[in-house]
Design a protein around this ligand. Structure first.
Ligand SMILES: [Fe+2]
Length: 253
């Protein structure tokens, strides 16, 4: 399974507008060039798809995906998003969270950690119950599994970002750590590379992704020493569960 992760494009309902002093749509279209270059089995976009929670932002995302992406796309909301609009504008063509994507050599589960009115994230008891049910159903299946959500499921060591992570992270952790087929948990939100693990599962990678728009002050050094550039992440998991992953970076236009 070859998965391309892009995150936090923060699109708005304008072709030219600057978001955080950057041309959000131009940077997003540039990021999508990675799809053609890397030919992933699926693209997962880990939230903050829109900055302004607008129909027009999601329409621009839909149009860019229709033009530049032919593989399956999994979309999940961040704190800046409006999940019902993601479903309305993009839900027919793409998988939206919570949901599950089966590929020939792996499985992806995407979660919705949007918590209305809060920059922090929350999955909530209903979604956690759904996740528990799905994990029970696939417990005996050795097919490699990846889970993705917007908010980090643990503190990353950043005083501001750690104040707006996932409030029900302990519940998620207790569901995920016993699953032997789970190889990685992917997230966005932090606009930087980050890699860690839960102590009880050192083999399970917890991976934060750079933003396609703008980097935040980093906690860990970028592995390829390009912490300011827009970026993403590529994961490859073989049929035996072996995982290789790397940060991607490209130059600002
Ligand atoms: Fe963001």
């Amino acid at each position: 399974m070859r998965l391309l992760q892009l995150s936090d494009p923060h699109l708005v309902a304008s072709d030219q507008a600057l978001v955080r002093d950057r041309p959000a749509l131009a940077l997003w279209n540039q990021a999508l060039e990675q799809v053609d270059r890397l030919q992933p089995d699926a693209l997962v976009i880990t939230g903050d798809l829109a900055q302004d929670e607008s129909w027009g932002a999601y329409r621009r995302l839909r149009d860019s995906l229709a033009r530049l992406v032919s593989c399956p796309v999994a979309l999940l909301p961040g704190n800046h998003d409006r999940p019902c609009l993601i479903d309305a504008v993009l839900g027919r063509a793409h998988l939206t969270a919570p949901g599950e994507l089966m590929l020939s050599t792996g499985r992806l589960i995407i979660l919705n950690s949007h918590w209305c009115g809060h920059p922090a994230g929350r999955l909530g008891p209903r979604q956690l119950a759904w996740l528990e049910q799905r994990l029970q159903a696939i417990a005996a299946d050795p097919m490699p599994l990846v889970v993705a959500l917007h908010h980090p499921p643990m503190a990353i060591g950043h005083p501001v970002l750690d104040a707006m992570s996932l409030v029900d992270h302990a519940s998620l952790r207790s569901l995920l750590t016993p699953i032997p087929s789970l190889r990685a948990v992917l997230f966005g939100h932090i606009h930087q590379h980050w890699q860690g693990c839960w102590p009880e599962r050192p083999d399970l990678l917890l991976l934060g992704c750079p933003s396609t728009l703008k980097s935040m002050q980093h906690v860990q050094p970028c592995p390829i020493k390009r912490s300011v550039d827009p970026g993403g992440r590529l994961l490859e998991i073989n049929a035996l569960g072996g995982l290789e992953q790397r940060v991607l970076r490209w130059s600002n236009p």
